[in-house]
Design a protein around this ligand. Sequence first.
Ligand code: FA5
Length: 334
Amino acid sequence: MESIQPILDEAERAIAQAASLAELQAVETHYLGRKGAIGQLMRQLGTLPPEQRPQFGQQVNAAREHLERLFAERRAALEQAELVQRIEAERLDITLPGAPMRPARLHPLTLTMQRVKRALTGLGFEFVDGYDLEHFKYNFGALNYPDDHPAMDEQNSFHIAPGYLLRTQTTSIQGRIFEQLQRGERRLPIRIAVIGRCYRYENVDATHSHTFHQVDAFMVDEGVSMAHLKGVLTQFAQLMFGAEVRVRFRPDYFPFVEPGVDFAISWKGGWLELGGAGLIHPNILERYGIDTERYSGFAFGLGIERIPMLQYGVDDLRLFLENDLRFLEQFPLL
Ligand code: FA5
């Protein structure tokens, strides 16, 4: 018992001081392992006189069981402590704010085009998709441009391949629609509109860009006159700019209309040109087999960029193309 008690005392201290499961494991190996202190005591058994052996054996076994219990208790306590620690370390604070969601907004040109579409749809026009990459024949040929007409130089264009260019005007939809009429895919009367990008090889400045947007609309029916054109554009202007707005039409020339006008709205004491308009040239209607004794049509084409420039007081059209967030973030959230 004299040789056992000091080992027991020492082991109890070591167990109590073990601060982690790994440490406890090392202590356990030291005392209870195959070459441990208790094992060594057992090996002393053979050196004792036979009459002392049973008692010594019992005492060593009792010491081992005592230590085994202490180890089990300490292990349970350490496991519990480590669990608590891990739960604490992995704790989620569900009151923390989430990752910020950046609310979206529409580009000012998109907002404007949505409004234009709504206004013209309300006035009875059907929007169709045109083509950014267009045949020369639709962009110019179908629109009554004579082969050597200087207008084709005026609208310096981006030629992509022989016979193809980036459309310079959304008016290029007309020939396609008239062909659909000829093929019997549509029937008169028609009221068609198209909105989208146009491209011109042009010097860029505060009001002109190589890439910009237009909306075109045209109508063919019996007895369509300039009065209808003026009525539609007046209503359109009021829907877009408010009931107070006034409209102005002045004679202008485009090969595809006769008579042709330019169209302006009153703005801050002056007039602001939005685009061109007129009655569809009879040459075009006849070319597509439409009886001009019976039918006539009007057409207009307007630049889109001007509209948000007015409404938001933007003085440089290039801002719409540059996608500078400091500019775009000033527009309303969705
Ligand atoms: C036309 O493009 C004709 N197709 C309009 C038309 C249609 C007339 C139907 C008659 C019947 P114009 O080249 O003037 O016309 O352009 C119309 C509008 O597009 C201009 O008033 C302007 O607002 C806008 N626009 C033209 N070029 C540019 C440009 N480089 N940058 C920004 N806007 C432009």
